[in-house]
Write a new protein. Structure first.
Length: 161
């Protein structure tokens, strides 16, 4: 169980990290494309083709799907998701919060996988929520496309006659 002192420390640390991340926008979309391009292949391990142009095209389509999904969220939720990507894209907060020391394009799949697992099983609800948001956005964008349904044996929606 989290003590009051741990709760306050976590809140202060999280607020500081978000304020630092919010001071500098990593790119026009908050560094989202760079972060997602690194995360998608790790989260979709086994579902993506092994390599080549087809793999890159699937990654790009999934990133575009995440962007489309985010655009459909409420403005408040878009802001929160933007803060998450700001946190992950800004180098000091990426290192502190995610433990990924290399820039996203150079990060190894092992480092990214460790980061995702640490957030997934974190004792802090905020990090678990961050993982859940990344997971749901990426998997939602992936399985929203009919060409990915065969991988999970989904025949598609029933036809309405």
């Amino acid at each position: 169980m989290t003590t009051r002192r741990e709760f306050l420390k976590t809140g202060l640390a999280g607020g500081l990290l978000l304020n630092v991340a919010g001071c500098a926008r990593p790119s026009e979309n908050g560094g989202r494309t760079t972060v997602l391009t690194a995360l998608v292949p790790v989260m979709l391990t086994g579902a993506l083709v092994a390599e080549g142009e087809a793999r890159e095209a699937l990654i790009a389509r999934t990133v575009a799907g995440v962007d489309k999904a985010i655009a459909g969220l409420s403005l408040a939720t878009q802001r929160e998701v933007g803060e998450l990507f700001d946190l992950l894209a800004f180098p000091p907060t990426r290192m502190l919060a995610a433990g990924v020391w290399s820039p996203w394009p150079k990060a190894t799949p092992e480092a990214i996988g460790s980061f995702l697992e640490s957030w997934r099983h974190s004792r802090f609800d905020l990090l678990q929520s961050g993982y859940a948001a990344l997971h749901d956005l990426i998997f939602g964008a992936w399985y929203a496309r009919p060409d990915t349904w065969a991988a999970i044996a989904y025949p598609g929606p029933p036809e309405v006659k």
